[in-house]
Design a protein around this ligand. Sequence first.
Ligand code: PSU
Ligand code: MN
Length: 286
Amino acid sequence: MIRIADEVREASAVVALETTLVAHGFPPGEGIEVGLAAEQAVRDAGAVPATVGVLDGELVVGLTPAELKRFDADARKVGPRDLAAAVVQGAVGATTVGGTLAACAAGGIRLLATGGLGGVHRGWPTPPDVSADLEALACVGTLVVSSGVKSLLDVPATAELLETHGVPVLGYRTDELPLFYAAHGGPPVSARVESPAEAARVADAHWQLGGAGLLLGRPPDESLDDVEPLIEQALAAADAAGVHGQAVTPFVLSQLHRASGGRTLAANRALVIGNARLAGEVATLI
Ligand code: PSU
Ligand code: MN
């Protein structure tokens, strides 16, 4: 039911990569290219990438490039609740951070890289939408490297919920939780770290002390500081179109890519690759 690639099984430093951003986070074709570039960034840092997805009745940990190409916009978005049905029904299942964390638990993988974590949607409790990423992170002993929480969400509420779940929120050379496209303006992190080695030591200590998941927030290299009005427009458009549940995040991201003239697309791509590289660096030190 779970297939772990030989290279992943044998490596000492592994970074899991998710496939929801590949299938649903970018325009057709571009997501696969971003996924392959993230894999290369992990390798450049000296670690082995394990891209995760459901394919041909198995949860695959370490997709080949040819397999990754099958994760297009027709793929199911697969969170923790969706894994079993996707496996049994032979679906192409693009795993979210939460779904990918289940594979990390099965494969003993200590690092995961993504663009932005899911979280509490704006306006909670209407809709009562909280990403399953948070519950998974609370349970699985993996360090997730992201540019914080996607800013189309209620980021301060998400940070509070992470505290409730005992998830350390580390800032990579920053005191503020990055806001995905923007470096500044987020809630305070629970601790700041200055190097991959320090992040690795904190994660290791957290696990020795009985903790589970951690978040390491890396600010985007180039901060987009004028996206908030576009986010508000995109959320209103989602509402007007009756988009809800799992479809909200992909809908809003693609609206933003269009409305920003591609600037959010370029930023998203760069931050995914940068996060993969940092995760690779930390992985070699754990
Ligand atoms: N990072 C990106 N783009 C994405 C995601 C992360 O740059 O599309 C995905 C991740 O897979 C994350 C998901 O788990 O968005 C959250 O979706 P939701 O809000 O429906 O829980
Ligand atoms: Mn959701």
